[in-house]
Design a protein around this ligand. Structure first.
Ligand SMILES: [Cu+2]
Length: 321
């Protein structure tokens, strides 16, 4: 239809001389001021905006500075996306109203408007570049490891539990000074202090697991073999008990592979470690510093497998139908 219409003029037509141009320029200025004000307001009250909208789906209540930085990045990205979204929705509705069909005359065609095409090619690239820039900064920050962390703990994962080794240094060469081993009866409790930087060094005895404490808003895979995944938190801010989980499907009891992170004051952490080194069990050492001896956020899993319900006929392996 368009091709056959001799009235089509593939050039942009300037409206500056039309009677309504002044009014439109004024409206544009008001809209621009409004957008600027909204942007300024959201920048100034960024944190409150995040809280008001439930973190835009991001979990709140992270207990490390790293989790706070990731949260801030998410909130800022959401606000930026919403600002772009509101602007685009505004343009769409404005066009729908302003250029609604009024007759059979073909509207002004604005193809090959180079400045416009340049703008909507450059603008997304700029937006993505800014997002990439801040993402790279936060990611580098979260992955940063210090020369000499205050505490180093070796996380050993196996089907289907955890062992936590408190180390006297970094790397495989360091020695374990105290250890906590999880069993089917007792959930392993990882005791760590506030106000100190903590390095986690991960290794697996069998398959790939993943060390995850939801309140740290961070998880990292635990690999078997000689790959030693590490990460660090610059501090744990809030004392308390936090459930930890395996976040990598690792077999039948993956869902029950829980542990507990118990964050205590640095003084009580030192007392706990001293008690462990003196030969106390983790439960005795926890009791010695006035903590609950057993996990309070999760409990040992019940396998519910006996010969009567799992393999009632006592059929030997390989004889299944
Ligand atoms: Cu696992």
């Amino acid at each position: 239809m368009v091709a056959g219409n001799s009235d089509v003029r593939p050039v942009a037509v300037r409206h500056d001389a039309s009677p309504g141009a002044g009014r439109r320029r004024g409206a544009g200025r008001v809209a621009g001021l409004g957008l600027g004000a909204v942007a300024l307001l959201t920048t100034l009250t960024g944190c409150d905006v995040g809280a008001a909208f439930g973190g835009f789906g991001w979990p709140q209540g992270g207990i490390t500075p790293e989790s706070q930085r990731m949260y801030d990045l998410w909130i800022a990205s959401c606000i930026a996306a919403l600002a772009v979204g509101v602007f685009v929705w505004g343009l769409i509705f404005w066009c729908v109203v302003r250029y609604r069909k009024r007759g059979n005359t073909l509207p002004v065609q604005t193809r090959y408007n180079l400045p416009m095409e340049f703008l909507y090619t450059i603008a997304p690239i700029l937006i993505v570049s800014v997002l990439f820039y801040y993402t790279a900064i936060v990611q580098t920050d979260v992955n940063r490891e210090s020369e000499n962390p205050d505490v180093t703990v070796e996380v050993v994962a196996f089907k289907w539990n955890w062992q936590f080794n408190y180390r006297d240094g970094q790397g495989v060469e360091a020695n374990t000074v105290a250890s906590t081993l999880g069993t089917s009866e007792v959930i392993p409790v990882l005791v760590l202090p506030t106000q100190r930087s903590i390095r986690f060094e991960e290794t697996s005895r069998d398959v790939i697991h993943s060390f995850w404490v939801p309140e740290m808003l961070f998880k990292r895979d635990v690999f078997p073999g000689n790959v030693r995944n590490t990460f660090e938190v610059s501090e744990l801010r809030t004392e308390g008990a936090y459930v930890g989980r395996c976040a990598e499907l690792c077999g039948s009891y993956h869902a029950f592979m829980n542990f507990e992170l118990r964050v205590v004051s640095p003084e009580r952490y030192d007392q706990f470690l001293a008690a462990k080194q003196d030969g106390s069990s983790t439960q005795e050492a926890l009791q010695a510093i006035g903590e609950e001896p057993y996990a309070v956020t999760t409990r040992p899993f019940e396998t519910r497998r006996t010969t009567s319900n799992f393999n009632p006929d006592n059929a030997p392996a390989g004889s299944g139908s």
